[in-house]
Design a protein around this ligand. Structure first.
Ligand code: GLC
Length: 726
């Protein structure tokens, strides 16, 4: 439709019809007392499937007076039916083509299944592994990665189709800084300076907005004492005015109603007024808008113009998606059958997943395994299909191959040993965990007794090497799953202790959403593969890494702490006045653990051996609007071809505010043949040196800078340069 036709449509709408556009409900709750779908509702949450979506849409349109189509919105953050690794794992690929391909397949599968808006990317910066939702963060603890990944994902989701209509709209979340919840406790308070917010937490969202994201989801937390969902500084002053966002703002699930619990509003009417004044267009699930907006307009407490503004943004989004011409969008049973979960997508999934798996330890190069060594595949994750993230809400786990099944397929049933060894959790721990889970999960959990350790020892004794598949329970990570203890469950530690007594090499494969505390088991392990929540073809990808069909190249985007007491921990920290340098008593440290992280940001091993040398700059003076050319030699000093992520960090040694000890400013992922040496080139310019000063001005300041180039944020070779005034 043309813009004037949209405006005409808006003018024909009654107030009830307008308010209806501003609410989002679940289709099973969309039946009013006489069991009919509410025919004015604007959008539906998490109803998918071409046939189902078309049925809902046609029933709705047959009754909707002005034939305004429904929007179908869903959470597809790591795939629809072909499930990819969790976003945190995806980010560990440091490969923009991996991020793009996953976004492309996720968009196509879900769009053919009728999804118009995808609640993704999630770019909340995460620094505290106690928080259950770390696994959703595609940028991890780094604002630079968040910026880059956000752009790639939004661009891919919102690729214009031939008639210049969107195939799918991106909704960036959770705005803002939800990952900074105090003590890593879910839905807890977030409180920080606006400078900290702009410097670290906002870049990912801004990048998504600058890339044209059509929707923003407000977060559950407060920002400077006011819940994001009713926060004028955040939504009006920053998002709308400063960032010029004219798309749709939607709340998170009942986050509007929750403002009463926050104590910022006395009742639903009060919070509805605050939300519409802040510029919120759609309320998800709760009914403050539908219960109060009409009264607020009648009593002149809000204006019809405010309602019209919100509804116009919603109609414009429906128009950009072409829904007025074709209300079914890209919902297409034939394409669904042909494309969704296709062999091609699955083959892609294996290759893409391999690039997300991080090799954390490889003592004496025990990996890659060769098939003349007999292995014993042991552990509660060895034959477990639940290896997709808890946001894989449309996954059909029965399609997910287990490690055991892949081993049988690749090695042959008789050519390796297997034992579950123990359950994921002790029975009473599982019961404790189930108490906080929704009914449908509680009822589906198989009840079990703790494992029989003795049986596993016999199995392990028949093998040369033990592959131990362990990790946190999938219900221990995700929304509502903050943990005060981030170790591998005790029952699994006991199993490891027993196996360790056999004096055989042990290779651990970890299945987890968040960084775990490994300092109490690492010394018993010869190798550690971080597989995260790898999704549909995760097991095959893990096998290919274990047996060297794929050379690991992933790098951590979130630091692993020494232990939970170190949380939050992140690489781009400030130096403090007493950095832990000399080991004296009076320095910034703990007296019972090292100060540095257990595994650092940017860390990840390879089967190849990369050597860095000859870092040089074409000049050590950077003038305004000029650039420095940096060159470094990187050699694959091994007989194994592989990819390396060459990372460039910069430290601003003196600033008008304290500056981090280093910040990622560029990276390149390069493929190397055996013994191949490459000259890697980076450009350094003034833009890379900008930051928010105390007046929130974003600018670079003259002075000395240090450059770090290397294979992670710790092992680097360094140089210095000077930014001068003129
Ligand atoms: C949830 C999550 C959000 C998700 C939304 C809709 O509570 O916070 O990430 O997109 O509800 O499912």
């Amino acid at each position: 439709m043309k813009q004037e036709e949209i405006l005409e449509l808006l003018n024909k709408m009654t107030l009830d019809e307008k308010i209806g556009q501003m609410i989002q409900i679940k289709v099973n709750e969309a039946r009013n007392e006489n069991k009919d779908l509410i025919y004015n509702v604007g959008s539906i949450l998490n109803s998918v499937g071409a046939k189902n979506v078309k049925k809902i849409q046609s029933e709705y349109l047959s009754k909707n007076r002005l034939k305004i189509p429904l929007l179908f919105m869903a959470d597809i953050i790591n795939g629809y039916k072909t499930i990819f690794p969790s976003p945190l794992a995806q980010g560990c690929s440091w490969n923009i083509e991996v991020i793009r391909r996953i976004a492309e397949i996720s968009r196509n599968e879900s769009a053919f299944a009728g999804v118009n808006v995808n609640f993704s990317p999630m770019v909340d910066l995460v620094r505290d592994a106690r928080w259950g939702r770390c696994f959703e963060s595609v940028g991890g603890e780094d604002p630079f990665l968040a910026k880059i990944y956000a752009k790639i994902i939004v661009d891919e989701y919102q690729k214009k189709m031939n008639d210049n209509k969107l195939m799918q709209a991106s909704c960036v979340k959770h705005f803002a800084a939800y990952g900074a919840v105090e003590a890593g406790r879910e839905y807890n308070t977030v409180d920080m300076s606006k400078r900290e917010l702009m410097e670290y937490y906002m870049p990912g969202y801004k990048s998504a907005i600058d890339s044209g994201a059509q929707m923003v989801m407000t977060s559950f937390n407060i920002i400077n004492g006011i819940p994001a969902t009713v926060n004028n500084w955040l939504l009006k002053d920053t998002l709308r005015k400063k960032w010029k966002f004219d798309g749709v703002i939607i709340t998170d699930y009942t986050s509007m109603l929750e403002c009463i619990n926050h104590g910022i509003a006395k009742d639903e009417e009060d919070v509805a007024k605050k939300a519409i004044d802040a510029g919120v267009d759609i309320e998800m699930i709760s009914t403050c808008y539908i219960d109060s907006l009409k009264k607020l307009v009648k009593e002149n407490k809000i204006s019809m113009a405010q309602i019209d503004e919100a509804v116009l943004r919603i109609l414009n989004l429906k128009n950009k998606l072409g829904l007025f011409e074709n209300p079914y969008g890209f919902a297409d049973e034939n394409m669904e059958k042909k494309y969704v979960f296709s062999l091609k997508n699955l083959e892609q999934a294996t290759k893409l997943t391999e690039e997300t798996i991080v090799l954390l330890k490889n003592k004496n190069n025990i990996l890659p395994l060769n098939s003349n060594k007999r292995v014993a595949l042991i552990g509660p994750y060895a034959n477990n299909r639940a290896i997709s993230s808890s946001w894989s809400i449309f996954v059909e786990n029965e399609n997910t191959k287990t490690l055991k099944e892949i081993f049988e397929k690749k090695l042959g049933k008789k050519n390796f040993e297997y034992s579950e060894g123990c359950k994921l959790l002790k029975k009473q721990e599982l019961e404790q965990l189930l108490k906080v889970q929704p009914e449908e999960i509680r009822n589906n959990m198989e009840q079990y007794e703790d494992g029989d350790i003795q049986g596993v020892i016999e199995v392990a004794n028949k093998a040369d090497i033990i592959i131990l598949a362990i990790g946190e329970h999938y219900l221990q990570t995700g929304e509502g799953c903050s943990r005060s203890n981030i170790e591998i469950p005790k029952i699994q530690q006991n199993l490891l202790d027993e196996l360790y007594k056999l004096n055989k090499p042990i290779v651990a494969v970890l299945f987890n959403g968040r960084p775990l505390q490994l300092n109490n088991i690492e010394n018993k392990l010869d190798a550690i593969i971080e597989a995260w929540l790898p999704g549909t073809n995760g097991a095959e990808a893990i096998f290919n890494i274990l047996y060297g069909k794929s050379n690991p190249s992933a790098k951590l985007t979130m630091s692993f702490p020494q232990n939970v007491g170190q949380c939050p921990i992140y690489y781009n920290h400030y130096n403090t006045g007493r950095p832990d340098k000399t080991g004296s008593r009076y320095e910034s440290k703990y007296i019972d653990i090292p100060t540095e992280s257990f595994y650092s940001f940017g860390y990840g091993l390879s089967y190849s051996k990369f050597v860095y040398s000859n870092l040089r700059l074409d000049t050590n003076i950077l003038k305004r609007n000029s650039k420095i050319i940096l060159k470094v030699n990187v050699k694959n000093d091994s007989s194994i071809a592989g990819k390396e992520v060459i990372q460039l960090y910069i430290q601003d040694l003196v600033g008008s505010v304290v500056r981090p000890v280093k910040e990622l400013k560029a990276f390149k992922k390069e493929y190397f043949l055996p013994y191949e040496e490459k000259e890697i080139i980076f450009e350094i310019n003034e833009e890379m040196l900008k930051f928010y000063n105390e007046n929130l001005e974003y600018k670079a300041e003259p002075g000395m800078f240090k450059i770090f180039v290397g294979t992670n944020s710790v092992e680097t070779i360094n140089e210095v340069f000077n930014l001068i005034k003129e």
